[in-house]
Design a protein around this ligand. Structure first.
Ligand code: 6R9
Length: 603
């Protein structure tokens, strides 16, 4: 516990904690009990007070080529104005605020303004559909929604507010704040207010209240094994301690020297922990880029690294594989010599991508930290140290100091080297989730019922002969598409909500670029013609474009066990064009023959 008490010293506490960890209410942990702090003050004001007001906090780069440098002093002023603005709308500590914004400075300002007021934010990824936004807004009972008129996507301005209007029709949301980004025409209703009209005139003075260490900081929805996303709850003191510690230790971050860039979107946990809270708590100077990596050309990231002298670059394997496809001659045209640490997150990094990253981006020498963690863990849990003696392409290697992780078998017994099992976290950690919003039963059932007293991560893993950990992917019905978690059940329920679909089964099939690709098998309803293209669009409308199946096969039947469970393993064999595995548990073993015959006619 001394270890975490020491890490908590990275923060400014208005009132020091009395106890580091109270685990008496397990699986709900309390960290730094009795301690009080303000998260936004820790991320912004205290750096200004310490004399670093003129240091750039954010080098923001817009997709169309506009850019803004924001110093810590300017960020403080903006956050204070936005906090005052939210107060003027009636937002109080404990109220929930939903945010659906593109990667613009206002997104970070809005999150910090909520944190400053103790109003938990729920950031909803910009690519999510109106119905996905609505279900999140309703589940968290958000009082205010912050959004934009539109966003730039691959060189085009696309509307955002129109979708928000559709999502919120008839909802209990009181106010919608709209940032003007693209100039896309929008209709402003009674509860709508422009960000610039509301925020700009506000005073830059705002006294931050110190909240309890366990005060809720945010809710972030993630896919589980059922169709309904889970609202993962994170709190203040422990979360900020671990994100600050890991950002400093895993990336060897040095404030005032490094230029850091994490390419995630703030709609995901990586954006929360390693764009907003960790780096800002550590007084980082960071790049925030609004757009896609190939707009207007495929060298965009390398151009940005060269322009700002980025020294730490944190991205996802799916993007590295995309860069590989575009060719190594593209990064070769830029000066990347400022890079000294590279990071990877989101899925296991395949050794080819690891080597390419090291060779063509890291000049054959930059350490690559492969970081394993989850929305639920809040912060990095397993990663090699950047000063490690030996890197192993494809392995996240060892739990970071302070963290304990073990690989166990079905019975909960630690496995021997070389054998695979389940990854569990057998000790509480400061940034661990504090539950599933409004669903205690689901929290206990999903994470704490499988192995007594330990957190079940849902990932397969094994040890090698040196005791290093290799992650093997999900062991549940959660797919990992371009590093995004999408549940098979979510896509299935979107498909069956279409009138032409009677039944659907979805599997994640290996994909050379995205890690997994979504493959759906659908049984049509009646004799109606089913348009596969229409179904793909339907899923995009229901969930978002990231959930659009790569392939949909229309089939007469699905393979089921006698108890009626769909055998996804067999469907995966079909989707990956493999020999069909063991079919002895099928209720009707002829199903696979029919299925294969039907599918091959669609290939
Ligand atoms: C941070 C984040 C979590 C799931 C996780 C695992 C996979 C993430 C990984 C990795 C192997 C890594 N995952 N990082 N697998 N090596 N370095 O991605 O959170 O979106 O909640 O996803 O992603 O399967 O369980 P989240």
């Amino acid at each position: 516990m001394d270890f975490w008490a020491e890490q908590a010293q990275r923060l400014h506490w208005d009132v020091r904690w009395s106890e580091v960890l109270d685990w008496s209410g397990a699986p709900y942990a309390k960290w730094f009990t009795g301690g009080r702090l303000n998260v936004a003050r820790n991320c912004v004001d205290r750096h200004v007070e310490a004399g670093f007001g003129d240091q750039v906090a954010i080098h923001w780069v817009g997709e169309p080529g506009d850019s803004r440098d924001i110093t810590y002093a300017q960020l403080r002023d903006e956050v204070c104005r936005a906090a005052n603005a939210l107060v003027s709308l009636g937002v109080r500590a404990g109220d929930r605020v939903a945010i659906q914004l593109p990667m613009i400075p206002e997104a970070i300002v809005a999150m910090l303004a909520c944190a400053r007021l103790g109003a938990p934010h729920s950031v909803v990824f910009g690519g999510f559909s109106p119905s996905a936004l609505r279900s999140r807004v309703d589940d968290a009972e958000a009082k205010v929604v912050i959004t934009a008129d539109g966003q730039y996507r691959r060189g085009k301005a696309v509307p955002v507010k129109a979708g928000v209007d559709e999502a919120l029709a008839g909802s209990a949301v009181e106010k919608v704040v709209v940032v003007r980004r693209t100039g896309t025409p929008v209709s402003m209703g009674e509860r709508d207010v422009w960000w610039h009209e509301l925020v700009d005139p506000q005073p830059t003075e705002h006294t931050a209240e110190a909240f309890d260490s366990e005060h809720p900081l945010f809710i972030l929805y993630t896919s589980g094994t059922t169709g309904k996303p889970k609202g993962i709850l994170h709190t203040s003191g422990g979360y900020l301690t671990q994100v600050a510690y890991t950002h400093a230790a895993v990336f060897d971050h040095r404030p005032g020297e490094d230029v850091y860039w994490c390419t995630a979107d703030i709609g995901w946990i990586t954006g929360h922990s390693y764009i907003v809270y960790g780096p800002l708590a550590n007084r980082a100077t960071q790049v925030v880029y609004e757009g896609t990596p190939n707009t207007p050309h495929e060298g965009r990231h390398w151009e940005i690294i060269q322009r700002y002298g980025v020294s730490i670059y944190y991205t996802a394997p799916t993007l590295i594989r995309t860069f590989m496809k575009w060719g190594e001659d593209i990064p070769a045209r830029y000066d990347l010599s400022s890079l000294r640490v590279l990071g990877s997150v989101g899925e296991p990094i395949n050794p080819e991508a690891w080597r390419w990253y090291r060779e063509h981006i890291g000049a054959g020498k930059a350490p690559i930290v492969d970081t394993w963690w989850q929305t639920e863990t809040g912060a990095i849990m397993i990663a090699p140290s950047p000063g490690s003696a030996e890197f192993k392409p494809g392995s996240a290697q060892t739990p970071v100091p302070g963290i304990s992780a073990v690989v166990v078998d079905d019975a909960g017994k630690e496995v021997a080297p070389g054998e695979s099992g389940y990854l569990v976290l057998d000790q509480p950690w400061p940034s661990m989730l504090r539950g599933v919003w409004g669903d205690d039963a689901r929290f206990r059932e999903t994470y704490w019922s499988r192995f007594a007293g330990a957190y079940f991560a849902g990932d397969g893993a094994r040890y090698d002969a040196d005791g290093d950990i290799w992650l093997l992917g999900r062991v549940d019905d959660v797919m990992n598409v371009s590093g995004h978690r999408i549940s098979t059940a979510e896509v299935e329920s979107a498909l069956v909500s279409h009138p032409a679909v009677a039944e659907a089964a979805v599997v994640g099939a290996a994909d050379p670029t995205t890690g997994q690709g979504i493959v759906a098998f659908v049984i049509p309803r009646g004799v109606a013609e089913v348009s596969v293209q229409e179904l793909r669009e339907h899923v995009a409308r229901e969930i978002g474009p990231i959930a659009k199946p790569r392939q949909i096969m229309v089939v007469p039947e699905l393979p089921k066990t006698r108890s009626g469970k769909i055998m996804r393993r067999l469907l995966r064999d079909v989707a990956e064009n493999r020999e069909i595995g063991d079919v002895t548990t099928l209720a009707d073993s002829s199903v696979m023959a029919h299925l294969k015959a039907g599918v091959s006619s669609q290939r």
